[in-house]
Every structure is written in structure tokens, then in C-alpha cells.
Design a protein around this ligand. Sequence first.
Ligand SMILES: Nc1ncnc2c1ncn2[C@@H]1O[C@H](COP(=O)(O)OP(=O)(O)OP(=O)(O)O)[C@@H](O)[C@H]1O
Length: 235
Amino acid sequence: MKNTGTPGPLLAAHDLVKTHGATPALRGASLSLGPGEILAVTGASGSGKSTLLHCMAGIVRPDEGSVTYDRQRLDRLPEKRLSELRRTGFGVVFQFGQLIPELTALDNVALPLLLAGTSRPRAHEQARDWLERFGAHDLAALRPGQMSGGQAQRTALARALITGPKVVFADEPTGALDSLAAEQVMTALARTAREAGTAVLLVTHDARTAAYADREVSLLDGVVVAEDPALEVTP
Ligand SMILES: Nc1ncnc2c1ncn2[C@@H]1O[C@H](COP(=O)(O)OP(=O)(O)OP(=O)(O)O)[C@@H](O)[C@H]1O
């Protein structure tokens, strides 16, 4: 069909197949993410959620199928361009924030800008601003070992968003948190992503975490089973 002029998805996976050794993780998974959309991917343990996120973030190449980001075939990009795109267009947060233990919260958040050549005073100024957006400005001088799980995740989210990515990939960002901390992390993530117009691909087991998304799809044995209206019409 001809292009109708409607903007397409920002990121789309079509018929992804990925096998780890003898274990099939994805068996034809398709999913699309619109600009600024918060999308939750749920499903049982082992259903392929993390593998789908890794393929869509350009961390893992699928065996078959395509990943299109901003009209480019991510699965075909040479490694150098892929890592450049991951650095500039994407932010990533995992279950355990993976902050650098030796650095303060301020330096952890400033790090992507420092690595990109921003001056230290400017990077710190922006890092303070992003910590504040996540209600974590009082953590600036703390090292990860001095923080609670929720504080560490809010710091990790500030670090993921400081470069102004188009997409944040969050793999079980509340998986290690109690329910109050999970609520604070998700409230801050949803509000901040909406303010910044950042799309979020959120992988979670937890229905309360998924409830912060605009839309939810489900994976079953490596296939997206819940409806994804941008891709198909289920009778
Ligand atoms: N690096 C790997 N090596 C071997 N098998 C893997 C690897 N990564 C994932 N798998 C397997 O692929 C399947 C899908 O795993 P994946 O982690 O994507 O699922 P998941 O839905 O995210 O699970 P969980 O919720 O437990 O994290 C599982 O059977 C898993 O054991």
C-alpha cells in the first residue's frame, strides 16, 4: 500500500527469530513503538522479553527478521554505526541500575556527557538538573553503595535520559524494588519521559509497573500474542 503520510513507528521489529544455542527465544516476534510512546512488554519468565528488548536496542542481532529504527535497518548496520546510534539515540536501564560504584551519583549521571566531550562544569550542571527531575537532587554526593535500590534506579534513569535519547529501553527496572520504591521509580520515569517526548520500551513481570504504560503487549513462547494495532488487525 502507498504511504498515506501518517508517521510510521519510530522503532519496529518484524518476525524476529533468535535462538540461543539450542534454545529458541524468539519465534517470529513483531512489535512497533511510536514516537513518545510508553509500551510495556509482559510475559512469563523465559517467554523472550529480554531477548526482544536486546534485539530492538541493537545489543543483539536477530537470526531472522528485521528491526527498523527511524527508517534504518538496525539489524544490518555495521557495528561502529550501531554503537554510535546506541550512544546518541538510545538509553538503557536494567534491573540493577549498573551504576559505577566508585563514582558519585552526580558523576554517574554526568558520565555519558563527559564521554561525549562536554566540559565538566556543563555536564555537572545538566546532571544536577536530571537528578532533580527524578527527585534525586539530594543524592548527588552519594556513591551507589550508600543508596537504596530505588535511589540507585532513579539515578540510573537520570543517566539514561541525560543525552536526550529518542528511546529508553528499561528491562525490569523495578524488579529488585519494594512496591513503594517501584511506584516512585515508575512515576518519575513516566512523567519525565512524557515531558521529554522519549519513547520507552518497558519489559516487566509486574502488572503494576505495566500499568504506567500507554499500551501493553504480551509475549508467549517467543511470539507477541496480545494485539499490536500498529501491525495487525486481530479478527
Ligand atoms: N545468553 C543466553 N544463552 C542461552 N539461553 C538464553 C540466553 N538468553 C536467554 N536464553 C533463553 O532464551 C529464552 C528466553 O529468554 P529471555 O531472557 O529473553 O526471556 P524473559 O522473558 O526475559 O525471561 P525472564 O523474565 O526470566 O528474564 C529462555 O529460555 C532463556 O533461558
